[in-house]
Design a protein around this ligand. Structure first.
Ligand SMILES: Cc1cc2nc3c(=O)[nH]c(=O)nc-3n(C[C@H](O)[C@H](O)[C@H](O)COP(=O)(O)O)c2cc1C
Length: 380
């Protein structure tokens, strides 16, 4: 039939299918480690559901022959505004682990941030960059011992990473009930080669971290320093003042404190507080191309997905990750085309509405004129 999109897999036509089929191929404990969150998973689930509270506002007759979904991340051009957030222990999902994710990402010109809890070294991960995108970053779970932090930072810098993502929402590990119930631990045979061999796991993460630490990171690396886990407008302002090169609005996929707001709900307040001074990136709950579009419309400069890399691996290794990226690219391209917008920078609040209690569509107020502004004024 004219113009019908091509199938690329016999089972998986969207990310919901990918999850369903990954479950059939992964062990129970690995599947629950990936999909699980903290406590009752209110926040994990709300991350996804928040996207459904908005309706898209398409316009027609817009000449959409030349839609361009390309974007930019860490100064590197990308095919579309999506990358991989750091997720630990890819080895539990498939033997291709982070190396397969890296190859799939590179082939699709997609940025990747490696977890400090990865089962592959950052050198090996960057060596899979067949397409020479150079779009790699390293995430740091900060511990008290500065030398242990520097170990990971130096490895990432030597491997050519563009950015260091400092995870800020991890003073202690969230209470992930599935991991207790399944007695989840790092499976035998898997290592975490980006962590210092001298790291003292018993003392946990650095609970003493404050905003001054940003300058310490800036002093010790040439990489851009991004702060991951910013949810509050006041914290966003403090991140700018502290000298961060960018922030990631994230609640760790709902794996840290359960009951906090979804990232999509927090996003407009952070965007309004930052006022364009540094880039605002976003993750949490994205499962469709329309979700990427909605996050950009609410002011995100770039989006990331975490679990999808692991579900892709679990379904079919590197090929499963490539499939996931292709589906999301195609869905995002189709969304831009049917909304009638040609360039990513032109996506904005005018493309979204709420459905009011009486069923009517309500356009979003301009930045500075809605309830978010009142909320921020109360906070700053
Ligand atoms: C299995 C798993 C492991 C994760 N490991 C890390 C990690 O090591 N460091 C980190 O900063 N965030 C980690 N995250 C959080 C992700 O970076 C990201 O914020 C989150 O997955 C985004 O939500 P999404 O999975 O709905 O896309 C992890 C998430 C998952 C699901």
């Amino acid at each position: 039939m004219a113009g019908r999109p091509q199938n690329i897999d016999d089972n998986v036509f969207c990310i919901a299918d990918l999850i369903e089929h990954a479950e059939k191929r992964m062990s129970k404990s690995a599947f629950e480690y990936v999909g699980g969150g903290a406590m009752d998973m209110i926040t994990t689930n709300d991350n996804c559901h928040s996207f459904d509270r908005y309706r898209l506002l398409p316009r027609v007759m817009k000449d959409v022959r030349h839609v361009d979904p390309s974007s930019e991340c860490w100064g590197v051009p990308t095919d579309f505004p999506l990358g991989f957030s750091p997720t630990g222990l890819h080895g539990v999902a498939h033997p291709d682990r982070e190396l397969g994710v890296s190859r799939a990402a590179s082939k699709a010109n997609t940025p990747m941030c490696l977890s400090s809890w990865a089962n592959s070294s950052i050198e090996d991960v960057v060596a899979q960059d067949i397409n020479r995108t150079g779009a790699y970053a390293m995430q740091l779970s900060v511990v008290e011992d500065p030398e242990s932090n520097l170990y990971t930072i130096r490895k990432a810098e030597a491997a050519g990473c563009k950015a260091l993502w400092v995870t800020c929402d991890l003073p202690v590990l969230g209470r992930r009930l599935n991991e207790f119930k399944n007695k989840f631990s790092i499976p035998e045979g898997l290592t975490v080669p980006n962590l210092s061999p001298n790291i003292d796991f018993k003392s946990g993460y650095d609970k003493g971290m404050t905003w001054e630490r940003v300058q310490w990171f800036k002093k010790h690396t040439r990489m851009q320093v991004w702060l991951k886990g910013i949810m509050d407008p006041e914290d966003a302002e403090l991140a700018v003042q502290a000298g961060a090169d960018g922030i990631i609005v994230s609640n760790h996929g709902g794996r840290q404190l359960d009951g906090i707001s979804s990232t999509l709900t927090a996003l407009p307040g952070v965007v309004e507080a930052v006022k364009g001074r540094i880039p605002v990136h976003f993750d949490g709950g994205i499962r469709r191309g329309t979700d990427i579009f909605k996050a950009l419309a609410l002011g995100a400069d770039f989006c990331f997905v975490g679990r999808i890399a692991l579900w892709g691996l679990g379904y079919n290794g590197e090929a499963g990750v490539s499939l996931a990226l292709k589906l999301l690219y195609d869905e995002f391209y189709a969304t831009m085309t049917m909304i009638g917008v040609q360039k990513v920078k032109d996506i904005g609040r005018k493309h979204l509405a709420w459905v009011a209690a009486d069923g009517s569509l309500v356009r979003l107020p301009e930045i500075g004129q809605g309830p978010t502004t009142k909320y921020i004024k109360a906070r700053l």
